[in-house]
Design a protein around this ligand. Structure first.
Ligand code: SF4
Ligand code: SF4
Length: 448
């Protein structure tokens, strides 16, 4: 994805600054200046680099190896061995490997606040021996757009509708499908946004057939899209995972701001009528929070009424750690037990996580989550709208790297290989199940 050259953020730099590294990608990273890299980064990366360079043009013009204080501040570690290790590595690292390893690693360190954890992650990064990685993930997750027409209270996506600039271009999507189709078992269209807002979504769906994608297909949607696109996806055997949090209009519309309960309910009823022979194809994804606790058992009646055969209950993750989950633990447990009883009566499957906050939920029938061990970084790959690669379906912010480097034309097969097996991805896999875990992984609700 080309950097947004119309933005003031990029104004001093242009693609011509990157000519040397495009022509000589084996140049040692040590000799390359930050300004040569900036035009081929996405916005997230360039913002992070700009912040570290204090938006100084002079600092951006410095060779990377002449920036020890930048690395020290960026990593937030006052450990000479680590800084020396990073600087020494620059001499043996090509600029392309720097872009696929060291740079994403640095971007990721901003998320780690604890000083001892920063040291632990940095040491892991500096290890040279890496365990083998599967050649391909099993599941590919693609964020088609990072724009949405809703403003749900637990979500940070606030774009007030469709934003073309925050949408994966059709050719990029097609190329990803062409590369991954022979290798992955499933594809999920999911992101910080609503895929059905994309006016040409039918063309994206056409790509799946064109490139022979034969695996499982899923979409997560707020169900505000045109009925025709949903009918097509049902026909094409997509699992339709519908975000739905309440059984009444006032509560649903209070949580899912921007939703129209009666309109989306009509769509749900229509889809339910289309999946009568396989009701598990229509899934309700309910994010449980304090506001909709009492809805837990009622959601089962609602699913039965609308023809859905599967409910996924996900617990909200809130910045304060949701102390109410602990205070109301017994009440929440009883509500899930009631939901299980009703689900048994209707023949509906419900999936409940094995913990509430940091307390295990020990009732029979819960699903194992990744809270105590995760295999997703070996099995999944999330690709954002701007072709940044990340580890999992839970939108973990760890970056593996950028599959597209500005307007630099490199074949996608080699980009996928470099990023999937790069040093940032390898560091993440080596550390993901070590204690202390990455803060984002704490109390994860990803269910097996
Ligand atoms: S519908 Fe999904 S992406 Fe849109 S605001 Fe709600 S949770 Fe976020
Ligand atoms: S957030 Fe962490 S624990 Fe959860 S699925 Fe992603 S990588 Fe695994």
């Amino acid at each position: 994805m080309p950097a947004d050259l119309t933005s003031a953020l990029w104004a001093p730099f242009s693609p011509s600054d990157s000519v040397r590294i495009r022509e000589h990608p084996d140049t040692p990273a040590a000799y390359v200046s930050w300004r040569e890299l900036l035009p081929i980064m996405n916005r997230r990366y360039a913002t992070a680099v700009g912040n570290q360079l204090r938006w100084s043009y002079a600092a951006a013009s410095r060779p990377i190896a002449a920036s020890p204080e930048t690395f020290r501040n960026w990593l937030g570690v006052d450990d000479d061995d680590i800084i020396d290790g990073i600087l020494l590595g620059l001499a043996n690292t090509t600029v392309l490997d720097f872009l696929d390893g060291t740079l994403p690693f640095l971007i990721n360190m901003v998320e780690i606040q604890n000083p001892s954890e920063k040291i632990s992650w940095s040491r892991e990064f500096l290890k040279r021996a890496r365990p083998a990685t599967p050649l391909w993930p099993e599941t590919l997750l693609i964020e088609l757009t990072q724009s949405c027409n809703f403003a749900c209270i637990m979500c940070s996506c606030r774009t007030d509708g469709y934003v073309p600039e925050k949408t994966m271009p059709l050719p990029a999507f097609g190329e990803l499908i062409r590369q991954f189709a022979p290798h992955v078992r499933s594809l999920r269209l999911n992101g910080y946004g609503e895929s059905t807002l994309i006016p040409g979504l039918n063309q994206y769906l056409d790509c799946l057939g064109e490139f022979g994608f034969a695996g499982q297909k899923e979409i997560i949607t707020n169900l505000s899209g045109p009925i025709g696109i949903y009918e097509r996806m049902i026909r094409e055997r997509f699992a339709m995972i519908v975000s739905w949090d309440a059984t009444t209009a006032p509560l649903q519309q209070a949580i899912r701001k921007g939703s129209d309960f009666s309109q989306q309910r009509a769509t749900l009823l229509k889809l339910g009528s289309l999946v009568q022979s396989a009701p598990e194809q229509l899934v309700l994804l309910c994010t449980v929070q304090e506001l909709n606790l009492q809805e837990i058992p009622k959601m089962v009646d609602f699913a039965a009424e609308h023809g859905s055969g599967l409910i996924l209950f996900n617990m909200v993750k809130e910045p304060d750690g949701s102390p109410w989950m602990d205070l109301r633990f017994n009440e929440i447990t009883s509500l899930f037990v009631a939901a299980q009883k009703r689900a048994g009566e209707y023949g509906i499957e419900i999936r409940i996580p094995d913990h509430l906050g940091n307390r295990p939920l020990t009732i029979p029938g819960t699903r194992r989550t990744s809270s105590n061990g995760c295999d997703r970084p070996w099995k999944e790959l999330l690709i954002r709208y701007d072709l940044e690669a990340q580890p999992c379906n839970m939108f973990h912010p760890w970056s593996y790297g950028l599959l597209q480097l500005g307007d630099w034309q490199i074949d996608m097969a080699s980009r996928i290989r470099s990023v999937w097996t790069g040093a940032s991805a390898a560091t993440y896999r080596s550390h993901v199940n070590k204690s202390p875990r990455h803060p984002y992984c704490e109390n994860c609700y990803w269910m097996r």
